[in-house]
Ligand binder design. Structure first.
Ligand SMILES: [Zn+2]
Length: 474
């Protein structure tokens, strides 16, 4: 109805005009060069309206004819630009497909189009050039292109990303860290930036800065809360160790207490805190810390440290203390292995055998190597160098050779094994990547870790990067 309104109004206007002139008849006389024309008023008005309409039509036709060449050129330009972008897109697809030759060809075509003005902005051409250079192994050319991208706010982040990858590839952590901090300022919520910055700061042992980055990463959701707690505890232990080395005993103790408070079951936190307490003559508190940790995780390193803290006590007294650990985890074989070692040390063979049986010596094999060695020690101790003792000992040593490997600290990133826990893997320097487990000799057991760059994302920008397995959180 609203659309028909102008037409209805126009008809009404024409009808009103016709009625107006019909009611008021008259004539118009035109005299020109000796000619005289008399026309009715209504006809004269109609002729005037028609003349204006025809003139308007002719003028607009003329305007179109004048604009036609420009319009045509504009369409041609659009078509060429489209062609340019198609070359660019195909180039990026070729890179994703790992087709270096096609990428190079398409890059040259896109560059030619840019020079001929068919592509308006160089940023994407630069990205294509950098990627093509990376694929043929020309890192210098690629870095040049990525650096040029920093000048344009639209491509700065992309350029930074390329440069960070190149710096990491060279092993230049300092440059990578500087660039990552700049990327963080540009886009503070990007997960790979925050994870990368944390990894680089921990690798540089910048514990204070790493703590700030971790807070930001957890807040922005780049690292989940549970992993964040684990990382925080590890950062606190690292910080505490650094403070202790610098003679800041109070700081060291405060950080260690915080780490233990965050994760009471953590063996590294409890062991470190208990040792610091012992250094300050607070052994009783140290023992309580270890008992708390033992109740939660039953870690052999906690039992070892417990034994070290009791070094001044007589073997029988020590065994009594260890019975308390057994009470905390009565069905855990680790409890009985720890108590058996103490009983053997106290030459209490009966007690040792009882604990070793409970640790599984009477059960079906294969037995853990530690258990076999303790059994061999027991046979030797109980039966001396007699034939029966020697035979039994030999049997257990053979079983040890076939037995299950003992757990050690295994790096989830590089698979390196180490007996002592460290905040950074001694081999690959990954942060918080050591897990206590039986070493797996099979291939492809890379698991929990934080990567400098998420593998999936890294391959988008870096076609030479190997495809990595899915990552989890440590
Ligand atoms: Zn490692």
């Amino acid at each position: 109805m609203r659309r028909a309104l102008p037409a209805v109004l126009a008809i009404a206007l024409v009808v009103a005009a016709a009625v107006f002139f019909a009611d008021r008849p008259g004539t118009v006389a035109v005299t020109w060069l000796g000619w005289r024309i008399d026309v009715a008023l209504g006809v004269a008005v109609l002729a005037l309206v028609l003349a204006v309409a025809v003139l308007w039509f002719l003028l607009s036709l003329l305007a179109r004819l004048i604009r036609a060449p420009r319009h045509f050129a504009g369409r041609r330009r659009d078509q060429r630009r489209l062609e340019g972008y198609r070359a660019l897109t195909s180039g990026l697809v070729a890179i994703a497909a790992g087709d270096a030759r096609a990428a190079e060809k398409l890059h040259k075509r896109a560059e030619l189009m840019f020079r001929k003005g068919r592509l308006e902005s160089p940023p994407l051409t630069r990205l294509l050039a950098a990627q093509a250079a990376l694929m043929r192994g020309d890192g210098t050319k690629a870095e040049g292109e990525f650096s040029a991208m920093l000048g344009d706010p639209e491509t700065e982040f992309l350029g930074l990303r390329g440069l960070i990858l190149q710096a990491l590839k060279r092993g230049d952590d300092a440059t990578a860290l500087k660039l990552t901090a700049r990327a963080n300022q540009l886009k503070p919520s990007t997960a790979w930036v925050l994870q990368g910055q944390l990894a680089l700061e921990t690798r540089a042992q910048e514990w204070r800065k790493a703590t700030q980055t971790l807070k930001q990463a957890v807040k922005k959701g780049a690292i989940n809360a549970e992993t964040g707690r684990h990382y925080q505890a590890t950062l606190l232990i690292a910080h505490s160790r650094q403070a202790a080395a610098e003679g800041l005993a109070r700081d060291a103790l405060a950080h260690a207490a915080q780490a233990h408070g965050l994760d009471e079951g953590s063996a590294p936190a409890a062991v470190h805190y208990a040792r610091l307490l012992q250094d300050r003559n607070r052994t009783a508190k140290g023992l309580r810390v270890l008992e708390t940790a033992w109740a939660r995780s039953g870690h052999p390193r906690v039992a070892e440290t417990y034994d070290q803290l009791l070094a001044s006590e007589a073997p029988v007294q020590r065994l009594k203390r260890f019975e308390r650990l057994v009470e905390l985890r009565p069905s855990d074989p680790e409890s009985h292995l720890a108590a058996a070692a103490i009983a053997l040390n106290a030459r209490l063979w009966g007690e040792a055998r009882r604990h070793l049986d409970q640790a599984g010596a009477q059960g079906p094999g294969p037995w853990p190597r530690r258990l076999c060695h303790l059994m061999a020690e027991l046979e030797q101790g109980e039966h001396g160098n007699g034939t029966q003792g020697q035979m039994q000992r030999q049997t257990w040593l053979e079983r040890a050779a076939r037995g299950d490997a003992d757990p050690v600290w295994v790096c989830g990133a590089c698979g390196a094994e180490t007996h002592g826990w460290e905040p950074l893997c001694p081999s690959c320097h990954n942060f918080d990547s050591l897990a206590w487990r039986t070493p797996d000799r099979r291939e492809g057991t890379r698991a929990e870790r934080i990567d400098i760059l998420p593998p999936g994302e890294a391959t988008i920008l870096d076609p030479t990067a190997p495809a990595a397995p899915a990552q989890g959180s440590a």
